[in-house]
Design a protein around this ligand. Structure first.
Ligand code: IPE
Ligand code: IPE
Ligand code: MG
Length: 228
């Protein structure tokens, strides 16, 4: 895949529809989540090849704890396996891992695994893969506002500087799969001027060509930021 001149630096994706993908095939929901992990692998590679500086993926929201215990534990298990098995792939593709959200509140073995993965990929610089784990934008904003207040003043600049995404380029494009047209508490601050792209494709079916289509759409948008 060749690098294109889409102009986007940072793309985020609400990876939705794993459950419906499985249901359509009369499979258990976990099969949809497994297929979702395969899609993540492919899309991370494609994002690097397409020249994106950052790709932020919504993997587990602070509200997803409301799901049955078995599904939560399946998701955590898949997450751990993904991080472990893909460390070499990150190294090969010069991908730096970042985690946003309240990930330090996860189980100790997950936290330890994440810390190792972060330090092992810290030197990579082509693309940052930011995975949102136990992430909720309202929680992020409360934490950022509290940190800004503690540092002196609650200004837009100070809040922004304390967001989990502070070290990433501004968000250009936010994609949601599976036909739902809502943000579900994802990147509320960062999406203020992002282009929004909704597709009916279910996450496990999302291919590099779909990412390319979203980037082509982005390239045709005129961003105004309130001006003319
Ligand atoms: C997205 O797929 C994955 C997570 C939220 C972890 P869903 O599990 O929400 O799939 P649907 O929405 O039920 O189809
Ligand atoms: C958003 O999807 C969270 C992730 C993709 C991780 P959900 O499936 O949890 O969102 P709702 O419940 O449909 O709003
Ligand atoms: Mg869903």
């Amino acid at each position: 895949m060749s690098e294109t001149h889409h102009g986007a630096r940072h793309v985020a994706i609400i990876m939705d529809g794993n459950g419906r993908w499985a249901k359509k095939r009369f499979l258990p929901r976990v099969a949809g989540h497994k297929a979702g992990v395969e899609a993540v692998r492919t899309i991370v590679r494609a994002a690097a090849e397409m020249g994106l500086e950052a790709l932020t993926l919504y993997a587990f929201s602070s509200e997803n704890w409301k799901r049955p215990e078995e599904e939560v534990s399946d998701l955590m298990g898949l997450m751990k396996r993904f991080i472990l098995s893909d460390l070499d792939e990150f190294a090969a593709n010069d991908v730096k891992l970042k985690i946003i959200g309240n990930w330090r509140a996860l189980a100790p073995d997950v936290v330890e695994l994440i810390e190792k993965a972060l330090s092992r990929t810290a030197g990579n610089s082509r693309t940052t893969l930011a995975v949102a784990l136990n992430y909720g934008a309202q929680d992020e904003l409360v934490r950022a506002a509290a940190a800004a207040a503690a540092a002196g003043a609650i200004t837009a600049e100070a809040i922004e500087a304390h967001l989990d995404t502070a070290d990433l380029p501004p968000l250009d494009l936010l994609i949601r799969t599976s036909g739902e047209v809502r943000l579900s508490n994802f990147l509320l601050w960062q999406s203020a001027y992002a282009e929004l792209y909704f597709t009916d494709t279910l996450w496990p079916d999302f291919k590099p060509a779909d990412l390319q289509a979203a980037l082509d759409h982005f390239a045709r948008r005129e961003r105004r930021y309130g001006g003319l």
